[in-house]
Design a protein around this ligand. Structure first.
Ligand code: FA5
Length: 346
């Protein structure tokens, strides 16, 4: 009988002495599986209880509990030691010197495209215009048909674009938003602007990009005249460029306006003398505009005998170039921090 008790004691001592070889998390886990599970040598001894006399059974149970508690206590102590060592190592590895100077992140600025876009929006909102949004991927129907540019019209070629499929394209101008806005208004007067991206298969040069921003404007009501268009655009241009900058309105052609005009501002690079940026003309074109064509009004459910309207499409980058003296449109898209930090609000 005493033999089984001393066996418990021997196994317990053997297990505890084995603990000294446990040095890391892996061997701790191995040890736990070997000695603390139900299948461990110590636990297996419990089956001996059936061979003991009844009065010895309780004593044996107590002896087993004490042995197991001793092994458990030693195990917990070891686990704590290993954990403490791991934390100490981690802290050593991750020590930071808080007296070192921090990283100096270079602050950029707001891209002049957005500075100008926000300013144009504010200007028109202050005059009572609503701000609309339209899709970048547009149907042929809105981009061309509703703008009085039927299939095979030569004006389609001037705005050659990126087609997604034969009837869907990346919009070439923000003018389709005129038709969408009129559809939405259902024949009632309206004043709206719509900023957005446009895409054309234009060769990139100092004043052209295959992707650029426009702000469309549309006013429809009774008795709207070309004088209203001119007065509105002059007010906008003076707000953007001040009183002194030379501006010219010249007759032009768009299938969706009649009459049509284009507006140029003296070149920021040469002040009007003529240089490579303005291709020797002394002027940079910023927008196209005109009186809404009767066909466009009709297609949108407005009677052209009762209603008239004006519309315009401003090139955002061109305004930014003239406003800030940027001599190449491509600088606006390159994200060069030396360029962008010049527009920092600091
Ligand atoms: C149009 O896009 C007409 N939809 C404008 C319009 C609206 C006329 C409403 C009448 C009534 P245009 O192709 O001229 O017109 O472009 C208008 C402006 O967008 C130009 O004056 C220019 O500032 C800008 N723009 C046009 N193409 C480019 C380009 N490739 N890169 C940068 N800006 C451009």
């Amino acid at each position: 009988m005493s033999e089984i008790f001393s066996k418990v004691s021997q196994i317990k001592d053997k297990i505890i002495s084995e603990m000294s070889s446990v040095k890391d998390e892996a061997s701790l886990k191995e040890f736990q599986e070997k000695h603390l599970s139900k299948k461990s040598e110590l636990s297996q001894l419990m089956s001996e209880i059936k061979n003991l006399a009844n009065e010895e059974k309780a004593k044996f149970g107590q002896c087993m509990n004490e042995a197991r508690a001793a092994v458990n206590e030693a195990f917990q102590k070891k686990a704590q030691e290993i954990n403490d060592a791991l934390i100490a190592q981690k802290l050593k590895r991750e020590t930071i010197d808080i007296t070192l100077p921090g990283y100096n992140y270079k602050m950029g600025g707001i891209n002049p495209f957005y500075l100008v876009q926000d300013e144009i929006i504010d200007t028109f909102v202050s005059m009572g215009y609503e701000v609309k949004e339209g899709p970048d991927v547009e149907s042929d129907y809105y981009n061309f048909e509703r703008m009085n540019i039927p299939a095979n019209h030569p004006a389609r070629e001037m705005q050659d674009s990126f087609y997604i499929n034969p009837t869907t394209l990346l919009r070439t101008h923000t003018s389709p938003e005129q038709a969408r806005a009129m559809d939405e208004k259902g024949g009632k007067p309206l004043m709206m602007i719509c900023p957005g991206k446009c895409f054309r298969r234009d060769d990139d040069d100092v004043t052209h990009s295959h992707q650029f921003g426009q702000i469309e404007g549309l006013v429809v009501g009774k008795g709207i005249t070309l004088a209203n268009l001119k007065g509105t655009l002059e007010l906008f241009i003076r707000k953007m460029f001040g009183e002194k900058r030379e501006v010219r309105f010249r007759g032009s052609y768009f299938p969706f306006t009649e009459p049509s005009v284009e507006v140029d501002v003296t070149c920021m690079n040469c002040g009007g003398k003529g240089c490579p940026t303005c291709k020797g003309t002394g002027y940079i074109e910023i927008l196209g505009a005109g009186m809404v064509h009767p066909n466009v009004l009709k297609m949108s459910g407005y009677d052209p005998k009762v209603y008239s309207g004006f519309a315009f499409g401003v090139g955002i980058e061109r305004v930014a170039m003239l406003r800030y003296g940027i001599d190449d449109i491509r600088k606006i898209y390159q994200g060069d921090v030396r360029f962008i930090e010049q527009f920092s609000r600091k």
